[in-house]
Write a protein that binds this ligand. Structure first.
Ligand code: DP6
Length: 424
């Protein structure tokens, strides 16, 4: 039997605290401003990808969560694969002993460990995992830095370029027309600020919203506020955010994160026609966090939480470890009965205990004296559908080369599981 050319890797989700919104070049995915994100822990949220090259394969094929996807010619996926093949062909031309993987078709199988129903965007972890896995299969790891790979992930989805690193990551917009200087760079390792926890509140929302790709283009074309954001808001905020992370200054981090999320959503509202990503539940979470922060400030303390929202209604809260229990209970009080897998044993029923379909305890935790408990009403059951507790995580991991236990492809190079996994 001939050798199996295959690799399996994982990549994390990232959530921006200074948002990317707008492209100056849609084909090369070059952004209009720098952005900065926090990588989340892959133990809780990640994409696993297996890629195999084989001379018997007749087409490039891709399966996402057990379902085959069409690979559009000259589409984003196609341009990632073309760039990776070009780099491999380059290696092969310099070393004749290398198998000609660049001429073989690929089978790629990719799965998220978080349910699609969680309502979390998976394009960042997905394109990062694809890029890192095919690069690993092609042996590009030694000659190419993670920043170099981030430029290829960027061609798939802008935010994906930041998922090639763990910890705190900046995407430098760059200036060149060919995108050579538009890449991700590490700002700080995950171990730099282990105190930072993340609580994702998945808001119930049946509507299918505007995709980030089309939404941001409409904002670029119509919003004067976006031009102000690009020139006058983001540059100073990037500096201040780097400084806040460097000093582990949570008060500054929280202030910058919430104001940048609000500025981004203001640009969406300034778009013609306007784009609404946040819903009533999102706005109520904003009011709750703002009131908790106000009461803390009045008691002479720092903010308790920072909120940020991407192109959808889900809130992502950044909270320090000492405060996470209070914030979790406050959200469970006002937004009862959310499904919650208790990864860090906050509720005392054991680490990983599953709280699903059961009423939450409905007790407001101890708050600073001036906290106004009537700031928002207790919402209908399930307004927040699910909560995920995670923290800052590491960068992509290589699980194996060849056909081992981690492989998502069988011996024939077909997915081991072809139906959508039911893990909701
Ligand atoms: C609001 O990376 O999904 O999450 O480059 O068109 O694929 P494309 O867009 P995408 O946009 C993400 C926008 C955001 C902010 C961010 O992640 O920085």
């Amino acid at each position: 039997m001939s050798a199996i050319h295959q690799a399996t890797c994982t990549a994390p989700v990232n959530i921006a605290v200074i948002k990317y919104w707008g492209k100056r070049d849609t084909r090369l995915v070059l952004p209009t401003n720098d952005s900065l994100s926090v990588t989340l822990d892959q133990d809780h949220l990640r994409t696993v990808t297996t890629a195999r090259a084989d001379p018997h394969f007749t087409n490039d094929r891709l399966w996402l969560n057990g379902i085959e996807e069409e690979i559009k010619s000259a589409g984003r996926l196609d341009s990632c694969l073309a760039e990776l093949r070009r780099l491999r062909a380059d290696l092969e031309s310099r070393d004749a002993s290398l198998p000609k993987l660049s001429t073989m078709k690929l089978h790629v199988c990719s799965e998220n460990n978080f349910p699609t129903a969680a309502g979390l965007a998976s394009s960042a972890s997905g394109f990062a995992a694809l890029t890192v896995t095919v690069a690993e299969l092609y042996g590009l790891g030694e000659d190419f830095s993670r920043s170099a790979l981030s430029k290829i992930a960027r061609l798939g989805s802008g935010s994906a370029c930041r998922s090639v690193f763990g910890g705190f990551v900046a995407w430098e917009a760059g200036e060149r027309g060919d995108g050579a200087d538009s890449l991700a760079v590490p700002v700080a390792e995950r171990a730099h600020w282990p105190d930072l926890h993340v609580l994702i509140c998945v808001a119930n929302d049946a509507k299918k919203g505007t995709s980030s790709t089309s939404g941001m283009q409409r904002t670029v074309e119509t919003s004067p506020l976006l031009q102000h954001r690009i020139k006058h808001v983001v540059p100073a905020r990037m500096k201040a955010m780097r400084d806040a992370i460097d000093k582990r200054n949570f008060a500054a981090f929280a202030d910058l994160t919430t104001t940048d999320s609000n500025n981004f959503h203001a640009c969406c509202l300034d778009t013609a026609p306007p784009i609404f990503y946040m819903n009533d539940t999102s706005r109520a979470i904003v009011q709750l966090v703002e009131e908790m922060n106000r009461a803390r400030h009045e008691a002479g303390q720092d903010a308790i939480a920072a909120y940020t929202f991407d192109a959808g209604p889900n809130a992502v809260l950044y909270v320090r470890e000492a405060d996470i229990g209070t914030v979790l209970r406050a959200v469970r009080h006002y937004f009862p009965d959310a499904d919650f897998d208790d990864t860090f044993n906050m509720l005392g029923a054991g680490a990983g205990a599953s709280h699903r379909g059961e009423p939450s305890e409905q007790v407001l935790p101890v708050m600073p004296p001036s906290f106004n408990a009537n700031i928002i009403p207790v919402h209908p059951s399930g307004s927040v559908r699910r909560m995920i507790h995670t923290r800052v995580g590491d960068g992509p991991r290589t699980l194996e080369h060849g056909l081992g236990d981690a492989s998502m492809l069988d011996e024939e190079g077909m997915p081991k599981r072809t139906k959508r996994a039911k893990r909701v």
